[in-house]
Design a protein around this ligand. Structure first.
Ligand code: ADP
Ligand code: MG
Length: 291
């Protein structure tokens, strides 16, 4: 009996040394607990092997997701389970859940979330990005202003081609906040180069508080806007949110009526004709610079 105990202690030590060699810290941490369960007959040998390996895999998976989320710039954890669909009745939950299956990434589609500020566009965009990271897809989240800034800097430094290649390799590119700020001169053209490089090669999620008819104004160039929409509406899913701001939900009674009604966005029209010269007619109640 004593020899048996001594030999199993020897084997446990050897397992631990092996786990160190294999760099399996979580398995090393719990091996004693699992051995005790085995000795007390609470687990079979198969169950013991299974839980030792599963624990290690979970640790690795969590680490991978954490690193990938940071690289994707998806630091704030907005998830689909944390989204209250009952607050946003105009939103079809099933449609969002279908997007979470991520087949739109394989089809290299563009998903548009359009609606007034605070209606959960960025939340949903981030949540789908998080799902994609968990599924092992490469994701990058950036605001339109930052993206154009990065492209403009690369152009100045003579590295635009590399930058475009970098953004083209990402399976899902999330471009947040189209329309909150007017795009800088030449910015629309840089964004077009990127969209064109990714066209039918990678999926995108875009969020905007402005309808497509206003893109000419947003990008300061109706020709660029038409070319952009041509690509971004070809294989597209358009999700329009018409509800109230989640940010203001507790204070809705304090918000003056004219601001509350202003938060209603002009419905985007796929038949938009941004080719027309000059400023497109301003839709009543459009949000111009709210964020
Ligand atoms: P938008 O991008 O449309 O302006 P956000 O997605 O940033 O709005 O939402 C504003 C805030 O409200 C965020 O903190 C977001 O997580 C939260 N939020 C918005 N809608 C919901 C919702 N239906 N359920 C839970 N949280 C929500
Ligand atoms: Mg937002």
């Amino acid at each position: 009996m004593a020899t048996h105990a001594a030999s199993s202690a020897f084997i446990v030590d050897r397992i631990k040394a092996t786990l160190v060699g294999l760099r399996m810290p979580r398995a090393l941490e719990i091996v004693d607990v699992i051995v005790r369960q085995l000795e007390r007959g609470e687990a079979t040998a198969l169950e013991a092997i299974d839980s030792l390996l599963a624990e290690e895999l979970t640790l690795r998976e969590n680490r991978r997701v954490k690193t990938a989320l940071a690289m994707a710039r998806l630091s704030t954890l907005k998830t689909l389970s944390g989204f209250d669909f009952s607050f946003q009745p105009s939103l079809d939950r099933e449609r969002i859940m279908a997007l979470a299956a991520l087949t739109f990434i394989d089809r290299t589609e563009a998903v548009h979330f359009i609606g007034p500020p605070g209606t959960g566009k960025s939340h949903l965009a981030v949540a789908l990005g998080v799902e994609a990271v968990r599924a092992g897809r490469s994701v990058h989240f950036i605001t339109l202003a930052d993206l154009i800034d990065a492209l403009a800097r690369a152009e100045r430094e003579g590295t635009l081609r590399q930058k475009l290649r970098f953004y083209s390799r990402i399976a899902l590119l999330v471009v947040d906040e189209i329309g909150y700020q007017p795009v800088v001169r030449g910015g629309g053209n840089l964004f077009f180069q990127l969209v064109n490089a990714r066209y039918e090669r990678g999926a995108m999620i875009l969020t905007s508080n402005r309808g497509f008819a206003e893109w000419g104004e947003v990008f300061g160039d109706p020709v660029v806007a038409t070319a952009l929409l041509d690509r971004l509406l070809h294989h597209a899913v358009v999700v329009q949110i018409k509800g109230a701001s989640y940010r203001l939900r507790q204070h809705a009674d304090l918000v003056p009526e004219h601001i509350r009604s202003k938060a209603l966005i002009h419905p985007p029209s796929i038949m938009a004709q941004p080719k027309r010269r000059g400023r497109p007619p301003k839709p009543t109640g459009a949000v111009t610079n709210a964020a």
